[in-house]
Design a protein around this ligand. Structure first.
Ligand code: THU
Length: 130
């Protein structure tokens, strides 16, 4: 990835965050996922009155991409609802690792600092059947 792309992905994630449905936590999250082919899929968190059915922004973005036939990813950007860096939850890390264990995780805000990590750093030894 070029140096400019993380910023672009963060901006797309911030835009996706505006669509979040988070009336219970009131914590909106946006994510944007870059495929190896250069396509970008975005997602926001979608909550439910039955709280456990809520889905994180990262998995919404990933499932949108997967359902379009995508399988290989380079990076995901995540924008949370406050100035803190928003990192993917454990469940999302595992689901992302199924496809791209070396995925680049980018977190930050459009006007702020950005942090980058490899998914394998945030989830070492992810569960695999083989
Ligand atoms: N959430 C995300 O969408 N992504 C994260 O990385 C962390 C948490 C959502 C789940 C829930 O809708 C809200 O943020 C508060 O936990």
């Amino acid at each position: 990835m070029s140096d400019n792309n993380p910023q672009i992905l963060i901006e797309i994630a911030a835009k996706a965050k505006e669509k979040a449905y988070a009336p219970y936590s009131e914590f909106k999250v946006g994510a944007s996922l870059l495929t190896t082919g250069g396509n970008i899929y975005s997602g926001c968190n979608i909550e439910n009155a039955s709280y456990g059915l809520s889905v994180c922004a990262e998995r919404v973005a990933l499932f949108k991409a997967l359902s379009e036939g995508e399988r290989e990813f380079l990076a995901i950007a995540i924008v949370g609802d406050n100035k803190e860096f928003c990192y993917p939850c454990g469940a999302c890390r595992q689901v992302l690792a199924e496809f791209s264990p070396e995925l680049e995780i980018i977190t930050g805000q459009p006007e702020g600092k950005i942090k980058k990590h490899k998914l394998s750093e945030l989830l070492p030894e992810n569960f695999r059947l083989k």
